[in-house]
Design a protein around this ligand. Structure first.
Ligand SMILES: [Zn+2]
Length: 92
């Protein structure tokens, strides 16, 4: 069994997320600000509370990865891989 605690450290931050009822200029479900540890979730494009929770988690994961200075495409590739592992689709 791998000892993950020896390889990775837990970092603390001041992350926060806001809700918007609708954003007429952007139809996305949510986004992450590039200069601060903050995101927003646009409520209108969601159909359930589960979808809102999923967007909140997704944006929080983006904030965590932003610290590593990588592109949005690489972040999404890592997030897809992370979720495949978490849901048991692939093994590490
Ligand atoms: Zn994303």
């Amino acid at each position: 069994m791998k000892d993950w605690h020896k390889k990775y450290d837990i970092r603390e931050g001041t992350y926060s997320s806001d809700f918007r009822m609708c954003n007429p200029f952007d139809g996305s479900r949510g986004d992450t600000y590039t200069d601060v540890e903050q995101s927003w979730t646009n409520l209108m494009p969601h159909e359930s509370l589960f979808e809102i929770y999923d967007t909140l988690s997704h944006e929080a994961e983006h904030v965590a990865l932003k610290r590593e200075n990588m592109t949005d495409e690489i972040e999404h590739m890592i997030l897809r891989r992370l979720h495949q592992v978490l849901y048991g689709i692939i093994d590490l």
